[in-house]
Design a protein around this ligand. Structure first.
Ligand SMILES: NC(=O)c1ccc[n+]([C@@H]2O[C@H](COP(=O)([O-])OP(=O)(O)OC[C@H]3O[C@@H](n4cnc5c(N)ncnc54)[C@H](O)[C@@H]3O)[C@@H](O)[C@H]2O)c1
Length: 254
């Protein structure tokens, strides 16, 4: 029970890595506010977790984290329900597949709002409570924040911005005893990727054998393999870890 008595906010909680992180946090005794734009998916994640952990203390909030007012609504609702905030996991993310030479302004805006500004807004709003709790923030970036590729420039720029945000916030908040860290997942087999491949007529098994030469373990991660390092960074076991970027990518090679 490494998070017993603690409260976390996790965004993108209905997605693959988000839901795995909520589940892992519950297993360690944490109360969780689950934030996602997809209200139905949130309900099914909660039903799924409750079927194994009937007493899990979970609050769903269906909001668009890319809109600035959502951050205050998330913090207010969490404080009202649970009374404190110890951990924020900024994880919500969207993808776009435009090369930079054809990148559209509205795609840039959507990606930056959802994948970067939402992290800045929610962190800022939660900081007073995090300072009181001597808490911490874990930001979910991507291996492609540091390992280049072609075709997803807007996403990769936002993910690189998350690493900068993480380090600056860690320096600014260290005097207030708030730690701030980032994880950089690599290939992680989430329902998003399964759906994307299904739309191309490919099965999950096909997916498991594709792109494996991107990392030295030659495989996709299970979302739980990303949730474990997020849990560790959020726990007191990582009390001397801040401003860190933890690669969780099977050893990406470019
Ligand atoms: N899966 C991977 O291979 C991989 C690799 C590197 C990084 N990541 C990052 O990990 C995080 C989670 O990825 P995932 O694979 O679980 O993705 P996912 O698509 O399964 O989950 C993302 C969740 O974010 C939610 N979301 C999107 N826009 C939102 C908004 N505006 N407001 C609130 N919620 C919103 C979606 O509804 C979804 O439930 C993302 O930040 C992603 O960029 C994933």
């Amino acid at each position: 029970m490494r998070l017993a008595g603690k409260t976390a906010i996790i965004t993108g909680a209905a997605g693959g890595i988000g839901a795995a992180t909520v589940r892992r946090f519950c297993e360690e005794g944490c109360r969780v506010t689950l934030v996602d734009i997809d209200a139905d998916a949130l309900q099914s994640v909660i039903a799924d977790i409750k079927s194994d952990h009937a007493t899990a203390d979970l609050m769903p909030l269906a909001l668009d984290v890319g809109l600035e007012p959502s951050s205050k609504a998330i913090v207010d609702a969490t404080l009202k329900q649970f009374g404190s905030i110890d951990i924020v996991v900024n994880n919500a993310g969207i993808r776009a597949y435009e090369a930079l030479h054809e990148a559209k302004a509205d795609t840039w805006q959507k990606i930056l709002s959802t994948n970067l500004l939402s992290y800045a807004y929610l962190s800022r709003e939660a900081l007073p409570a995090l300072r009181r709790a001597k808490g911490n923030i874990v930001n979910v970036s991507s291996t492609h924040a540091v390992n280049p590729r072609a075709g997803m420039g807007q996403y990769d720029v936002a993910k690189a911005g998350i690493l900068s945000l993480t380090r600056t916030l860690a320096f600014e908040e260290a005097p207030h005893h708030v730690r701030v860290n980032a994880v950089c997942p690599g290939l992680t087999l989430t329902p998003f990727h399964v759906r994307r491949f299904a739309a191309q007529g490919k099965s999950e098994q096909d997916l498991r054998t594709e792109r494996v030469d991107h990392n030295i373990q030659r495989r996709w991660a299970d979302p739980r393999e990303v949730a474990h390092p997020i849990l560790w960074l959020a726990s007191d076991e990582a009390s001397f870890v801040t401003a860190a970027t933890l690669m969780v990518d099977g050893g990406t090679r470019v």
